[in-house]
Design a protein around this ligand. Structure first.
Ligand SMILES: [Zn+2]
Length: 243
């Protein structure tokens, strides 16, 4: 009578072990990158001036990258970061380290700006010829440019309903804010920036899915892909040529 019990116990232990391994496997990317970056972000937000060398600068161009950097601050989260198992961050989050409505946001690349009538904190810019693949059209997406109650920090030049207005690279778009859609639960003050694929019919795909976005690393000249940057701070490499 002991054998069946032992077999049952063995099965249960085996099942538990497999469950734990599966859970670890699926949460590993979250543990690996999420927690490390959250800790570093806390240090930045606590005292930005003590970590000035962690920050990027609006309008700066890293090396020969086609895009300029869209705002000032510390790149707290990058493309592919996972804040919860099963979800991957589809853009980058740049935290200015200032109060809402202070840190300017500029166009990373020239294109045609649209702000849908219901958008309080967001603009999107159509780039007809992707500088890295001129055969395709891409979109650059900028959001969280409003305060927690939804008062917009988007430049008054681009009121709700703006459609296809040409803007040069470096055009002022607005200021970083903390708008999340829920006034009681604002996000930390930052810009979320992403590069969104075209749907092939002249519109942009759903930005919320990472598969509808592109790795921003080669566009901005920064290590912004979670698969290749496990915890390094994303700043422009030092310029070559100076003795
Ligand atoms: Zn984001």
């Amino acid at each position: 009578m002991r054998r069946p019990h032992r077999t049952l116990l063995g099965l249960m232990v085996g099942f538990l072990l497999v469950s734990v391994l599966v859970a670890v496997y699926f949460s590993y990317p979250w543990l690996r990158s999420g927690v490390g970056r959250v800790k570093q972000l806390g240090e930045w937000l606590n005292n930005p001036t003590a970590h000035a060398d962690w920050a990027i600068t609006a309008g700066e161009r890293c090396g020969a990258a086609p895009f300029i950097l869209p705002t000032n601050g510390y790149v707290g989260f990058i493309w592919g970061d996972s804040f919860r198992p099963g979800h991957q961050h589809q853009g980058i989050d740049i935290f200015g380290g200032e109060a809402p409505g202070r840190t300017p946001v500029v166009a990373a690349h020239a294109g045609y700006l649209t702000r849908l009538p219901e958008w309080k904190s967001t603009v999107i810019i159509r780039v007809p010829a992707d500088p890295l693949d001129p055969n395709q059209q891409v979109w650059t997406y900028y959001t969280h440019m409003a305060d927690q109650n939804g008062s917009s920090y988007v430049s008054p030049e681009f009121p709700p309903g703006t459609s296809e207005v040409f803007v040069e690279q470096g055009t002022f778009l607005g200021y970083q804010g903390d708008y999340s859609g829920d006034p009681d639960n604002p996000v930390g003050v930052h810009l979320h920036f992403s590069i969104v694929k075209d749907d092939g019919q002249g519109s942009f795909r759903n930005e919320l899915e990472i598969r509808n976005t592109l790795d921003p690393s080669p566009y901005l000249g920064l290590p912004l892909n979670d698969n290749q940057n496990a915890g390094g701070i994303a700043v422009c490499p030092p310029t070559q040529g100076s003795p």
